[in-house]
Design a protein around this ligand. Sequence first.
Ligand code: C2E
Ligand code: MG
Ligand code: MG
Length: 499
Amino acid sequence: MAAGADTWVWLATAGAGATAGMALVGAWWAWRRRRAAVPDESLLDTEGPTTEVSVRPARDPLTGLQTRASFEDVLDYACQEAQAPGGAFALLYIGLDGMRSVNDLQGHAGGDAVLSATGQRLLALTSDDACARIASDEFVVLVTGDAEAARRAARRVVEALCQPLRLGAQQLRLTASVGVVCYPEHGTRPQLLQRAATAMRSVKLAGGGSWAEYHLNMTESVREKLELARELQHAIDKRQLQLVYQPKVDARSQQITAAEALLRWNHPVKGVVSPDVFIPVAERHGLIGAIGDWVLDEAIRQAAQWRDKGLRMRVAINVSGYQMRQDDFVERLARGLAHHGLRAERFTCEITETLAMEDTAVTQRAFARLGEIGAHVSIDDFGTGHSSLAALRRLPAAELKIDSAFVTDLATSADARTIVQAVVQMAHTLELRVVAEGVETGEQRDLLVAMGCDELQGFFFAKPMSAAELELWAIYDDGPRDMQFRDSLFSETTPATLQ
Ligand code: C2E
Ligand code: MG
Ligand code: MG
């Protein structure tokens, strides 16, 4: 039992520091017996010579944890006990992130193995009377003590469930979202489970892998996100999605080398919705597949159109985790490129460092296929994940994009300068070109050029713009004046690297 210094394990059945918990266990058993006037078959323990009816909570066959029904009893009892001084408790509502793709990719046997391992991990942190599997991929844990104890427990649960899981020959890295409610501060007994679930859902909608304490605004924000998901479903059909393009420029010649496609949702009422808001929603609601396909087709179509007009630059898309885990993503890309007669190396797939380091057979297979077809792979947001040099060397990547956080701090932080310099050297050793993103000032540009960055991207050069604007800007030096970027950086678009 890993209760540690905090006695957050309620109804502890064994181990050091369990004395208070043991007393509670006894009281709880007695209470259950009193309640079981007509014993339920499933709760009867017929073993042993005792004549007293002994009541066992019903168990979930897959994880061995309590079921929702028996946990409701535990909650009733906890609420009763909470009337006494020192009886405070909290509820952690745990949702596994990404179970849909585990089931899609590993089949239901794989999904079951993950759920059973999650049960074991929770049991290693708590006692089996304190946790339950409450729905397919949702669990609850009861924690004794105040809000601070609940926060510590939530952190531990998130940490434990984020550890890599071995599934046969593969390693899976799942995360969990945890919602916390404290009794009685956050609601009455009938509200507890629902509010804890709302808190969990708000963590999930924000990207998962974390925890949050319930507050009243959450109910509203979860409702809003669900509404957003419903609307997003129709956005493609209603032609509300649009790609805008932001140039990457060669650090020395300052000619355009590429244009990164960035997704926008032109919502009829809310205006332009940022991808940072709706991509996580799309991922949680299974909409990212359709959106990713649309982005891919549209960006390839645009790249071909620009190629036909004589604009020689790469077009880049951002690839989501869902796409990388799809069996046919690379084939779809290859088919699209072939259909338009585009060379694969003219098309960039930006894949975040975190995703690139996901050591699963399915993502590694996608990387290998990208390498085989000769696509130009870029590691996005570099510096925000945990890369291993060995893994970086194995990837068929050609480009590494230093995350804008380092660029923002360049002028003021010696640490940021040291990191950027080291990343540039390491990348060049691995024969990767280095792009710095989020360049906003001339000072940052000068520092990055001096450090040997190959390409630059940011508002200093140009904000993302429509395909038509980019084209005008590329072709005519005197592009539209109302655009929020400086004069065209190039009059011809054939930088040396694309020859
Ligand atoms: P990203 O790929 O790292 O894109 C860079 C983001 O930084 C873009 O935000 C861009 O508009 C913004 N940016 C560029 N230069 C500057 C600058 O100088 N200063 C500042 N403050 N910001 C700058 P955007 O378009 O909101 O996109 C955010 C993220 O959403 C992207 O990060 C990418 O991860 C994701 N995303 C965008 N489009 C797609 C898409 O089609 N598919 C997927 N899966 N993700 C997308
Ligand atoms: Mg990107
Ligand atoms: Mg980025």
